[in-house]
Design a protein around this ligand. Sequence first.
Ligand code: ATP
Ligand code: LTN
Length: 340
Amino acid sequence: MSQAKKRRVFSGIQPTGQLHLGNYLGAIRHWVRGQGQKENFICIVDLHAITVFQEPEALRHNTRSLAAMLLAAGIDPDQTTLFVQSHVRAHAEGSWFLSCITPLGRLERMTQYKDKSARQERVDTGLLTYPVLQAADILLYDADEVPVGEDQKQHLELSRDIAQRFNHLYGDTFVVPEPKIAKVGARIMGFDDPTAKMSKSLAGKGHSVLMTDQDKVIEKTLKRAVTDSGNEIVYSEDPEKAGVNNLLTIYQLMTDKTPEQVLADFADARGYGDLKKGVAEAVIEGVRPIRERYNELMADPAELDGLLARGAEQARAVAEPKLIQVKEKMGFGVPAEVRP
Ligand code: ATP
Ligand code: LTN
C-alpha cells in the first residue's frame, strides 16, 4: 500500500540579531515539536534581512549563529531541511516573476511595511517588496502549511493571493498555503513594556530574554519585568494586566502545564516577587541546555557549514524544478544548457 504523502511545512526566520524567548516560544518550539509528522523546511532568510541595512560581518555572524541556535533548540537535520535562503538562487529569481503579478497597492498597505518604513529615514524598494520574496520562499516548495506568529498573517494572505492569481493566469501550479497560527505564545510581550511584542529590533535593557543569556542575566531581567500596581495573579485580557498575563503565559509554555496547574503553582505566592522568581526559574531551566549546545556548535564551524551545505542541496532539489515549471508556464524557454 502506498503511504500518504506527508504535508509540507515551510518556516522562515530572519538572521537579524540574537534570538529571544518570543522567537523560541512563538515559533521555534513549534517547529521542533512538529518534526517527524510532516515534511519540514526551515529557511534562514538572509535576503529578507538586508531589507534593512546589515553590517556585512554582523549578517555573516548572525546567519551562522541562528543556524547553531536552531540546531541547539532541537531542529534535527535528519528530519528537517535547514538551509540559508541565499544559498538557493531560486528564491531571488522566483520573487521577480511573482512581483510582476502583485498589485503595488497591496504592498503599500502592509502593516509591517508601514511600521518599518515609518521608523526609517530612507526607505528602499526591498522593504516594500519583502512580502513577494516571502511568497516565493513558500510557493517554490509547494508548502501546505506555514507556521507563523500573528504578525505574519497579512503576509500569508498575500502569498495565498499570489498563488491563486498565478494559478488563474497560467494554470494550476502552486499549492495555496495555509497559515498556522499558534494560539498560546503567538505574541510574547516585552518585559519592559508588556503592551509591545518582544522583538529583536527593540532589544534594549530589560526588554527580552535572549537564548544566549546567562542564568544571572535572566534572573535580573525577570526581576525588573513591568507588571501593575495590584497583586492579583490571574490570566487576563485587560491591558492593565498585560505584564502578569505575559509572565503566566511564559511560565505555562516553559513548564508545559495547563493554565489551572499554573495558577495552582502560584496560589500561595506573596505578590509579584514570587511570581517573577518562579517564572525566572522555569525560563533558566529551559534556556540553559540550549545555550550550552549552542556554544558547542559555534565552536565547530566545519560541522555547522557541512550541515548547511547539505540543507541547501536538499532545498535546491525541490525549488529549482519548481522554478523551471514557473518559467515555462509564463512563456520562458528553459533550454537544457541554462538549467541549473
Ligand atoms: P524583528 O524585530 O526584526 O521583526 P522579530 O523578533 O519580530 O524580529 P522575526 O525574525 O520577525 O522576529 O520572527 C521570527 C519568528 O518568531 C516568526 O515566526 C515570528 O512570528 C515569531 N515571533 C517574533 N516575535 C514574537 C513574539 N514576541 N511572540 C511570539 N512569536 C514571535
Ligand atoms: N517575514 C517573516 C520571515 C519569513 C518567512 C518566510 C516566514 C520570510 N520568508 C516564509 C515564513 C515563511 C518574519 O519576519 N517572521
